[in-house]
Design a protein around this ligand. Structure first.
Ligand SMILES: *Cc1c(COP(=O)(O)O)cnc(C)c1O
Length: 425
């Protein structure tokens, strides 16, 4: 568990009082935007992270689906070291050697054609929304509506927020972008009623992540494709959380048979395994909406991020069947737990994107899991979310399930807190 490199003298990086000191500084100097779990993370290796005292945690949330190859993956460490000594940044004034090859890889993996590089999920969604607007405007000035789904999450910037179908994120910032129309997910009739000649785009998360791991049905997605074609709107898939291998395919839309292709797709989280990188990938029809000078990014597509993403894509090709198998294995174990603990309402997900819906808020269970050495989180109040690293094996999954069993037992004993919810069998 010891590392060769000396630990920098950060506040709280010794064994005692680390958390208190970090917290004190943050509470004085940070914008108070986050309700963090009481844990300082110091380093990671493989599927594990460590706090400053050296305590080990199995990381089954991976920085919200970002550390796809776990921590300190030797091949990524190697290319990051090499590239850091060669060229970190050059802007988009010039070419670098990595954007073209990465875009080619993404085109082959996605079935779409052209990529734009940026730095985060929300930023990629912003760009996609600009494409939607520009596409509509070329047809008619009144064609600017974007249809999005209740319970969706697309990011914190103004455009992305405007089409995020959860009031709690939007309310403080209204009025937002005009033209957002929300419909309930998986309701083909509602979708048909709202899509019209004024629709410039339809935006869908194929598996709603922040919304609680809710999948869209193939029929629904097919209907969206049909309506987008009928009204000359762009179909946009937000694959920021469910894309780039997470569900055992390169992209979540590849799970359906036959595959329903979007016009535009955005991806980000796992793409460069922790180096910020977002992408918009578009077919030729959608790509035509954006011409020279209409969009850009200073940092986007830098040589470091792109090179890491190429290395990741190389590794990912061989990992896809493993992701699917491990997802199936993990879900089977979770279903076993569901039979033992009646407060588990449902186990949902695909590949290594899994949600466990409880009949009560999950916050305390997440805290208990941390205590027991397992990192997960809770989304949509009652859904425990698991986004394990793609390199997780049955051994790690068994360990996580063992910890979960203890955590669920603790919850059963707290039945007085949730009368009627537990101890039903
Ligand atoms: C995380 C996420 C975003 C926002 O990404 P950021 O990198 O946090 O801006 C957008 N859409 C979905 C589906 C996400 O999961």
């Amino acid at each position: 568990m010891s590392t060769a490199s000396p630990v920098p003298v950060l506040p709280g990086n010794d064994e005692t009082g680390a958390l208190d000191r970090v917290r004190a500084l943050e509470s004085e100097y940070l914008l108070q935007t986050y309700a963090r779990y009481p844990l300082v993370l110091d380093r990671g290796k493989g599927c594990y992270v460590f706090d400053p005292s050296g305590k080990r945690y199995l990381d089954f949330i991976t920085g919200i689906g970002v550390n796809a190859l776990g921590h300190a993956h030797p091949r990524l460490v190697k290319v990051i070291r090499e590239q850091a000594g060669r060229l970190l940044h050059s802007s988009n004034l010039y070419y670098n050697a990595y954007q073209g090859p990465l875009a080619e890889r993404l085109a082959k993996a996605s079935g779409l054609q052209r990529t734009f590089f940026c730095n985060s999920g929300a930023e990629s969604m912003e760009g996609a929304l600009k494409m939607v607007r520009a596409h509509g405007r070329k047809i008619h000035p009144d064609k600017y509506e974007t249809v999005a789904l209740h319970n969706s999450f697309h990011g914190r910037t103004f455009g992305a927020l405007s089409i995020t179908g959860q009031e709690k994120y939007r309310l403080d910032f209204e009025p937002l972008l005009p033209g957002a129309r929300f419909v309930p997910p998986n309701d083909e009739v509602a979708l048909e009623q709202v899509v019209s000649d004024r629709t410039a785009g339809i935006v869908i998360e194929l598996i709603q992540g922040e919304g609680g791991i809710f999948p869209m049905s193939t029929e629904y997605v097919r209907k969206a494709r049909e309506l987008a074609d009928r009204y000359d709107a762009l179909l946009v898939f937000d694959e920021i959380q469910c894309g780039v291998g997470r569900v055992g395919r390169h992209f979540a839309y590849q799970l359906s048979d036959p595959i329903v292709l979007p016009d535009v797709m955005v991806a980000a989280k796992p793409l460069a395994c922790g180096i910020p990188l977002g992408v918009i990938i578009a077919n030729e029809r959608a790509a035509k909406s954006i011409g020279p000078g209409m969009h850009g990014s200073t940092f986007g597509g830098g040589p470091l991020a792109c090179r890491v993403a190429i290395e990741f894509m190389d590794i990912l090709d061989g990992l896809l069947p493993h992701i699917e198998n491990m997802g199936r294995y993990f879900r089977a174990q979770l279903h076993d737990l569901q039979r033992k603990f009646s407060f588990i309402r449902e186990v949902r997900g695909q590949g290594l994107m899994i949600g466990v819906e409880l009949s009560f808020p999950g916050k305390q269970l997440v805290l208990d899991a941390i205590e027991q050495g397992l990192l997960i989180n809770c989304t949509h109040d009652t859904v425990l979310r698991f986004l394990p690293p793609y390199i997780a094996t049955e051994k790690e999954i068994d360990r996580a399930v063992g910890i979960l069993k203890r955590v669920f037992k603790l919850a059963s004993k707290r039945a007085d807190v949730h009368p009627g919810d537990v101890h039903q069998n």
